[in-house]
Design a protein around this ligand. Structure first.
Ligand code: AMP
Ligand code: MG
Length: 413
């Protein structure tokens, strides 16, 4: 097999893909659409945060010198000349010898230099009895102490999670320049396929690849459109793919890439684009198509049809490509070194991605196989939380030996 000139390594196939795939051009998006994207501009605050001195407590805005010596045994009583709540600026001024009731977030009234929390008082509304002396500036959130005016709060290249979206909003941004999410169109090929939920005639199976690959694309950060099933008919497939090009940054097909008589993906994509079909030295997922089609040279992945092969191929090749389009890094899932609880075997010359469950035992990552190697065993794969990688030159990993593991998900069990 190693002699076969058409067999390439996983690393070489991925390298070819990543040499073609480019990060998407930046686009200005509304704040919520930018969530989950990578920023391509620096965000600079136009004004300080907080924008004005305000209270961090419900209490009383005071002049600290009025409260010198206040204690539980000799409280200071001050008249309360009004209320300030969060909202419009209040015209109230704190003169010597009086105070103003203040709520959290309300602007500090002129003249006040500290806040006394309501817990240090009797809570009075006409006058208030105060049992402690606050420090100067106590419970006052100073203008600019979070962000100074003209400060860069987010830099280009930052991933926009919930906190970053909040910060952008806090500095008044409703739109952000980001790399948009790639739009992925997912097509299943196979005349045996039936939409899930429809009656199955003999010999038919439910299409599980288009739902799974669409979900996987969304999990990778893409916008995904599930076209569904196309029968093994070259004209239908060619016209479907051509029709979908308008809304696709990437096309993903499954099935029809082997050497069977009805393997139409290979036939059609070889004809309408630059797609190359390779035998990649991996298990599962040997046949892989990749190239570009259409006027915009849209990247297309022709994944194998077996459900596990399709999903492992997605992990190995499509996910890193989508991450590159997003401008995200790292491209790969987290990798950890783990010890296997059972011996693992792998064909010599191929990189195996074995379905395992990952746990931590006394500070060490441990993996246990959860499925056989068959590439149709989707139920087994559903129990996997990681893929253990057995390199090309290794045929057997003994129980207790370490190996590299791609972490797919962390389940709280
Ligand atoms: P193919 O690559 O088209 O020869 O398909 C390989 C195997 O995967 C066959 O057993 C197909 O029936 C199965 N298969 C192909 N596409 C799908 C799909 N979308 N959902 C579930 N199984 C599929
Ligand atoms: Mg097929």
């Amino acid at each position: 097999m190693a002699e076969d000139p058409h067999v390439i390594t996983v690393a070489d196939h991925l390298a070819r893909i990543l040499s073609v795939i480019e990060p998407l051009a930046p686009l200005e998006l509304g704040l919520m659409d930018a969530h989950g994207c990578v920023l391509t501009e620096d965000v600079v605050a136009g004004a300080p945060l907080p924008g004005f001195d305000n209270s961090s407590q419900d209490g009383y805005a005071v002049r600290r010198d009025d409260l010198l010596g206040a204690s539980p045994s000799s409280p200071v009583v001050l008249p309360v000349t009004g209320d300030v709540a969060a909202g419009p600026a209040s015209p109230l001024r704190v003169q010597p010898g009086v105070c103003v009731r203040i709520m959290t977030g309300a602007m500090m009234p002129a003249g006040a230099d500290a806040v006394v929390p309501v817990e240090w008082t009797d809570g009075g509304v006409a006058s208030v009895s105060i049992t402690r002396t606050p420090d100067l500036g106590a419970y006052v959130r100073r203008s600019g102490e979070d962000v100074a005016a003209d400060e860069t709060v987010l830099t280009a290249g930052t991933y926009l999670g919930a906190v970053q979206i909040g910060l952008a909003a806090a500095v008044g941004r409703s739109r952000l320049l980001v790399r948009p999410r790639p739009r992925v169109v997912v097509v299943s090929t196979g005349s045996e396929l039936v939409e899930a939920g429809q009656p199955l005639m003999p010999g038919r199976i439910a299409d599980s690849n288009s739902p799974a690959l669409t979900a996987a694309a969304i999990e990778a950060g893409a916008i995904a459109y599930r076209v569904g099933i196309v029968p093994d008919d070259p004209r239908t497939l060619a016209s479907t793919l051509e029709d979908q090009l308008v809304r696709a940054d990437v096309l993903v097909t499954s099935g029809g890439v082997s050497v069977g008589a009805y393997d139409v993906v290979k036939e059609v994509l070889s004809r309408i684009g630059t797609v190359q079909f390779d035998k990649v030295a991996m298990q599962p997922g040997m046949p892989q198509g990749f190239g570009t089609i259409g006027p915009d040279a849209t990247p297309v992945f022709g994944l194998p049809g077996n459900p596990v092969s399709a999903l492992v191929s997605f992990e190995a090749f499509v996910r890193p490509a989508l991450r590159k389009m997003l401008g995200a890094s790292p491209l790969e899932r987290p990798r950890v070194r783990a010890v296997t609880t059972a011996a693992l075997s792998s064909p010599l010359g191929k990189r195996s991605f074995l379905r395992v469950s990952l746990s931590i035992d006394q500070g060490t990552y441990v993996v246990t196989p959860v499925s056989g190697a068959g590439s149709h065993l989707l139920a087994g794969m559903s129990r996997a939380t990681a893929l253990a990688i057995v390199p090309e030159d290794v045929e057997r990993v003994e129980a207790g030996a370490p190996l590299e593991v791609l972490v797919l998900e962390r389940r709280g069990r």
